[in-house]
Design a protein around this ligand. Structure first.
Ligand code: PMP
Length: 358
């Protein structure tokens, strides 16, 4: 730390992204990326647009916002495109949280919520999930806080129904409820249809997962036009050109290729179910994930060990050294071939473990 670092950030513990190894060729199942390349159309559009990189991008991101709004069944002024959904989440902390509107989110959820709260000096409460990692709705009723919930949750993949989300929205009419739908396309129900009904709902989505564009950094928020206007105030006060030209073009490209996205999501959901079945047969306990990852633990070997052993065998998964989830690993669902390699490696690890205990 330099002697110039602001007092206000001295205790900030930044978010730790998953490993992005450069040396070895790993089967990369650790950061919930798509195993499939971006849509051809996204690539062609981005390449075309690279000719115009001497010019700033459209700060309104108009064409892409219009197309996204159409897809979500909302109006243009109910959408804000951002640099990944991390940016819309940060904007929401900046816009809707303060001393009088502290933040609340589950104790086991996306690690960035806590970092954004700390970064923005927002008081926050981490509400414990139940033992089975589900949300106790009563914990979120009339709490007078700005609520952040990932649905499906990460790293568990567990979902809330629309009815449950409505209960939270109804009982907190004077607070914004942010539903982070980063993984919604893999089998959960989106609460976008609730936007017209609740002026306190902000839905966040991303192009990083189902649309194979994590490297382009594109996300968006959908909500009542007044919420979006507030978020725009924050955006224009931080980075008006938050979406670069090539990303904007790629975004338009992939949105014109919805069949590609849909097909990939179906494959991932199928691979998730097949892999889950095999893992259960091997003795693993799994949460009911509706996402593009599996959250699993084994009664005989702990999560850290599985993570290390898989890494030695060339497969990267994610382990969190955190109370309650220490025993688990989070495995991104990849292609059928990648999942076969995973099961093969895990069987080997279990065999080695058995040999040791004989
Ligand atoms: N929300 C959740 C729950 C996530 O897991 C992630 C991915 N790390 C994000 C939001 C942010 O994704 P991105 O910034 O790539 O859109």
């Amino acid at each position: 730390m330099s002697r110039f670092f602001s007092e206000k950030y001295k205790n900030l513990v930044p978010y730790t992204p998953g490993e992005q190894p450069k040396d070895t060729q790993y089967i990369k199942l650790n950061t919930n990326e798509s195993p499939f390349p971006p849509s051809e159309r996204a690539m062609i559009c981005a390449l075309e647009e690279s000719r115009n990189l001497q010019l700033y991008p459209d700060p309104e991101c108009r064409a892409l916002t219009e197309k996204t709004a159409e897809l979500c069944g909302v109006s243009y002024n109910e959408v804000l495109m951002t640099n990944g959904s991390d940016e819309i989440l940060n904007f929401a902390f900046m816009a809707f949280c303060d001393e009088n509107h502290p933040a609340a989110f589950p104790d086991i959820s996306y690690g960035f919520y806590k970092v954004f709260a700390e970064l923005n000096n927002v008081p926050y409460t981490e509400i414990p999930l139940k033992d089975d990692f589900s949300i106790d709705l009563n914990d979120y009723k009339n709490i007078n806080k700005t609520i952040f919930i990932a649905n499906p949750n990460a790293p568990t993949g567990i979902t809330l129904s629309l009815e449950q989300i409505e209960e939270i929205l109804k009982s907190n009419p004077n607070n914004v409820v942010v539903i982070d739908e980063a993984y919604v396309d893999f089998g959960a129900e989106s609460c976008l249809p609730l936007i017209k009904k609740y002026d306190n709902l902000l839905v966040c989505q991303t192009f990083s997962k189902s649309r194979s564009m994590a490297g382009a950094r594109l996300g968006f928020g959908v909500g009542n036009k007044n919420l979006i206007a507030d978020l725009n105030t924050v955006k224009y006060s931080t980075n008006p050109y938050n979406i670069n030209r090539m990303t904007m073009a790629a975004g338009l490209g992939v949105l014109s290729d919805e069949l590609y996205t849909k097909t990939n999501c179906e494959i991932i959901a199928e691979n998730r179910e097949n892999t889950s079945k095999k893992l259960k047969e091997m003795g693993f306990t799994l949460t009911d994930s509706k996402s593009n990852f599996i959250f699993a633990k084994h009664p005989k070997i702990n999560g850290e060990y599985i993570y290390q052993k898989l890494k030695q065998k060339g497969i990267l998964v994610r382990h969190f050294s955190k109370d309650r989830i220490n025993e688990y690993v989070r495995i991104t669902v990849g292609t059928k071939e990648q999942m076969t390699a995973l099961i093969f490696a895990l069987n080997k690890i279990l065999e080695e473990q058995n040999d040791q205990s004989c």
